[in-house]
Ligand binder design. Sequence first.
Ligand code: SF4
Ligand code: SF4
Length: 132
Amino acid sequence: MSKEKYNFQCTQCGDCCRRPGVVEFDAEDFAALLTFLDIDRRSFIEKYYSTEDESSVLLWVEEGRPCPFLVDNRCSVFEVRPKQCRTYPFWAELLDKGAWKEEAHDCPGIGQGPSYTKTEIEEIRDNNKATK
Ligand code: SF4
Ligand code: SF4
């Protein structure tokens, strides 16, 4: 079993909400978001220029255009933010020392705060517990 430790404490910088890419909502995430926003699926897709497939809804974040739910540098849908956001940066693909170190260039919380074993991180992530 790996004895490597991973330190993380979110600094609330909001950078991960501004980074170009995709914010993915699975069916469960999206249902909770629609209820929270009191909006129907079609209206949401149109309002937020998002795309959908059979299993998820994707919000596109581009350079200079952050996630639309970032308001005053805070997540305005924090209670129902999707698993992707809840569990960042404890993603499986980042639990490799090289990838973790590389990700620290984008996330100032990496390397700060308490340390976790890989097993602890997987337990947090797989139970969808919040990392921030
Ligand atoms: S997870 Fe990282 S990039 Fe995102 S707000 Fe926290 S410290 Fe900033
Ligand atoms: S849903 Fe919230 S936490 Fe996720 S990227 Fe958007 S603002 Fe950030």
